[in-house]
Design a protein around this ligand. Sequence first.
Ligand code: C5P
Length: 223
Amino acid sequence: EVAPVITIDGPSGSGKGTISRLIAEQTGFHLLDSGAIYRLCALACLRGNTDIEDADAVNRVAQTLDIRFDVGTAGVIVFLAQDDVTGDIRQENVGMAASTIAAFPSVRASLLDCQRSFQQPPGLVADGRDMGTVVFPSAGCKVFLTASAEIRADRRVKQLQDAGQASVDRGQILADIIARDERDTNRATSPLVPAADALVLDSTALTIDEVLAEIMALIKSRA
Ligand code: C5P
């Protein structure tokens, strides 16, 4: 029997990263942060001076990507060729580059096996943009989490401030979020859209606990 999968898709800042981690904790399932895989591929390109507009060149990087996720007490540590890049992949420029390379169909195809390999007993919580539509279309439980661009910008500002970043430009962050949404939603391959059988949840006016409760109720109803 294959391990069950819960997919949590949505735009950046919708809270899906936090929610996915909490759902994984409550269910005891493994966690796949698929955005981290795109970020790792983007970082490998940036470090290797690969032109991120060149699909073939980026695809060669994707096919030879040497990555590792270590689950520790302080969270997940991410490695690129033995190098701890947990912090580096969260940089704004890496996120933008990830969104650029994620638009190439060949790159997305090359990263499929890596993502699917996370489906292991007792189960998987998969966080991303196309988990329910492309990577795990037969998942038993699918959620699409959204929130207004404004509130996602506010959350991102707070996240950066909490991380100790001194000068945070909210206007720039909001513009980046809108630009990234635009690109993720309008690309031809695996656009950011809810799966037909996904529960669409708008978290704009909800607390994390409220979102968590709704999703746990869905999981129990499907179990
Ligand atoms: O979720 P995160 O912000 O870390 O993702 C970085 C970028 O990777 C996104 O902007 C998106 O373009 C891409 N991505 C994707 N498909 C996924 C996860 C992320 O295209 N499943």
